[in-house]
Design a protein around this ligand. Structure first.
Ligand code: 6R9
Length: 691
């Protein structure tokens, strides 16, 4: 049964009716995790004009892709020169995906400084060009002149000052610094200041709770946390510094805190441990020599959810990551000198790392940093900002597009979007309705849309169209980027499916420079998570289908990770938060189709004996998870479950829980192995999603 959202899919919107699936209607590939993916063969080739001016046309893509696969070392030796090396590398690639001996090294003997690549090397040619356009939450803000344009020269001075401040606070090469900031320029300065002195940053999304922040500060033994007094977003303010104080309460070490003044609100000060950035900056120089770093020295740690246990610290290193982020930014968005690039992500996610800061700045781009939300003061904000800053490439998430569709087209109408040249999406598969709206209303049917599939672990895009080269199909991330060797395996047997059309789990057969190198402090977990199940391959955790044209269609996670508004959430994390509440005896969490978020969070909760299931308790549990992890983890639906379906060996049968949550309980499959089949009837009877 299709999700109602897709029922009114209007096939006449697709130009190639004849190319719809064999039944002449839409084809449904039911993915395992509550997403309904519709594959159509509607194809949108780039216009001749676009292809003619693009960095790469079809012939060039085919030639470069072939070279990248046949001779990876030769290909990357050439393209690794897209960044400046202090000591040029002589070794290109030393990588192994063999379980038990996984190691990944790129450009190993080269040295560089990432911040110098993102700033200093541009000063001679574009010192007075805008590097960052800061668009504050409040569009009418007059303080600081509303939007701020920060030139490369100014960026240099800000970053050097912050680097000197960090040094003064005792931060040394290799030390970890946690960044917990709103989307303000100081977030980029902080990242680059760390990179400049060889410190490793770990950004924690400002929407995360004190507990989640504390776990990440401890997880990497951070010396300093960089935060602000408050974070304005959508007209409201989060008390970031308060959160930091709570997070550091249980810390035994004296973690210092560097505070950016953003709102001017009252905050509690930890004497001797807290420092105002503006006060510290007054005492330091505005130059700071960049540290010479090895290509394989860690640049950052970024925590991400997995299918089991606590989030893991994904480690990216300096040379390969930067080269790959810069290269994908240039080719995938067809970025040209002078363009204004806007990625609407938050720097708390990998998308913000690679495509707000590192990729664009390495390429000498003008990058927009947006503090606000798409729907405040109204749902025209994105388009107002596009017009105001004459944005050329715009990159956002399907969930944002769906939220805006719901508000109506009147919010798009008033704005001049003629500066746009390329549109992009990331985070989850895009449904045809959202794709069509994006294409018609924003792109006016005249510009390419790049659907980019990648992960925190991959550092940059792996499957994506190049906009001047690859005809797109709505909902498909199309073809591999240079150097990427996707393979589709049978989930059970692990056998490679080598027919053109294939359906199974997505793995990658060889390394690329942007790949994560390890899990912080736990290389065994790195190997076990990504290389154990399918020997010799990097396992992505995603299911996919390959069509007759070799196009890839991601069908969603095959593990217990759900995708809520494009954000990864381990169901195990939400479960452990729930069972930490005194009223809860047991909890199981699954995803279900949600019209705006893609997937919503559906929790089955068994209460302790004698606890009354009330509406107040339901709300209390929701708020509890929100405060334990953060607003994005708050369950959308909580069902009281007197019992959970378990196998005789005591394993929760999640398959059944997913079906009930998806409102597809007539297709439960085999329930004969359940220890207590009765519970299923009760779950169905009291199900919360009847949509
Ligand atoms: C960049 C980012 C990664 C997971 C990934 C997949 C899903 C991301 C997608 C997509 C379909 C796309 N995903 N982009 N699915 N089409 N274009 O999102 O990183 O937060 O680590 O999430 O997101 O399931 O495995 P991350």
């Amino acid at each position: 049964m299709a999700h109602p959202r897709y029922e009114n899919l209007n096939e006449t919107r697709f130009p190639r009716q004849d190319m719809l699936d064999n039944a002449g209607t839409r084809a449904e590939y039911p993915p395992s995790r509550g997403r309904v993916l519709i594959m159509t063969d509607a194809t949108y080739p780039p216009s001749d004009d676009f292809a003619a001016q693009a960095h790469v046309d079809r012939a060039a893509y085919d030639r470069m892709y072939r070279q990248s696969i046949e001779d990876p070392a030769g290909f990357w030796a050439e393209h690794g020169k897209n960044i400046d090396w202090i000591r040029p590398f002589t070794k290109v690639k030393d990588t192994s995906f063999d379980f038990g001996n996984v190691h990944i090294k790129w450009f190993e003997d080269g040295t560089l400084n990432v911040a110098a690549n993102c700033i200093d090397r541009h000063l001679a040619t574009r010192g007075s060009q805008t590097a960052i356009i800061f668009e504050p939450d409040d569009p009418d803000a007059t303080e600081g002149g509303g939007a701020q344009h920060i030139t490369y020269q100014q960026l240099h001075s800000h970053v050097c000052k912050m680097a000197n401040v960090l040094k003064k606070m005792g931060v040394k090469r290799g030390d970890r610094v946690v960044i917990y900031l709103p989307m303000i320029p100081q977030a980029a300065y902080a990242m680059l200041a760390c990179a400049r002195i060889g410190a490793i940053h770990s950004i924690v999304f400002a929407g995360f709770s004190p507990d989640a922040l504390g776990a990440r500060v401890n997880g990497c033994d951070a010396k300093v946390v960089i935060t602000s007094d408050g974070a304005p977003r959508g007209g409201r303010v989060t008390n970031l510094k308060d959160n930091v104080n709570k997070a550091l309460l249980h810390d035994t070490d004296d973690v210092k805190c560097l505070v950016v003044k953003r709102t001017g609100q009252q905050i509690a000060w930890r004497q001797g441990l807290d420092f105002w950035l503006h006060e510290m900056e007054a005492e330091v120089d505005d130059t700071c020599d960049p540290e010479e770093m090895g290509a394989e020295d860690p640049l950052f740690i970024l925590y991400t959810s997995g299918s089991t246990g606590q989030p893991k610290g994904v480690v990216h290193t300096s040379g390969g990551y930067l080269s790959y982020a810069a290269m994908t930014h240039k080719y995938v968005f067809d970025y040209h000198d002078g363009d204004v690039f806007w990625c609407t992500a938050d720097v708390g996610w990998v998308t913000g790392h690679s495509y707000i800061v590192y990729g664009p700045l390495a390429n000498g781009a003008t990058t927009v940093m947006f503090e606000g939300v798409p729907t405040w003061p109204d749902a025209g904000r994105f388009w107002q900002v596009c017009e105001k800053h004459k944005v050329n490439q715009f990159y956002t998430a399907p969930t944002a597009i769906r939220a805006l569709i719901g508000k109506g087209d009147d919010f798009v109408q008033p704005y001049d979007l003629s500066s746009l040249k390329v549109l992009g999406t990331v985070g989850e598969p895009i449904n045809p309705e959202a794709w069509n709206w994006y294409n018609d209303k924003i792109g006016k049917g005249r510009i390419p849309i790049v659907d980019t599939w990648w992960q925190t672990e991959t550092g940059g895009h792996l499957l994506t169209p190049l906009p001047g080269a690859i005809p797109t199909k709505p909902g498909s991330a199309t073809l591999p980027f240079f150097g990427i060797r996707p393979v589709v395996l049978e989930a059970e047997s692990g056998k490679v499916i080598d027919t053109p059309e294939a359906e199974g789990v997505l793995c990658i057969a060889d390394s690329w420079p942007g790949q994560m190198r390890t899990v912080w402090g736990d290389h065994d977990r790195f190997e076990a998570t990504y290389f154990q199940q399918y020997k010799g391959y990097y396992f992505t955790g995603d299911g996919c289908r390959r069509d007759a044209d070799g196009y890839y269609w991601i069908t969603g996670r095959v593990d217990d990770v759900i995708n809520v508004s494009g954000h990864r959430m381990g169901t195990a994390e939400v479960e452990s938060a729930l069972v930490a509440h005194e009223a809860v005896s047991e909890a199981a969490v699954v995803g279900y189709p949600h019209p705006v978020k893609g997937q919503g969070i559906y929790a089955y909760v068994t209460l302790m004996n004698g606890v009354e299931p009330t509406e107040e308790l339901r709300k209390e549990l929701s708020d509890w998870v929100r405060s334990e992890i953060g607003p994005i983890a708050k369950p959308d639906l909580i069902q009281w479950a007197p019992g959970l379906p378990k196998t005789r060996s005591g394993k929760i049968m999640r398959r059944i829980l997913r079906k009930v949550a998806e409102n597809e309980f007539d297709a439960l499959g085999d329930t004969s192995t359940l220890s207590d089949p009765e519970v299923v009837g009760d779950l169905i009877e009291h199900r919360m999603n009847r949509g």
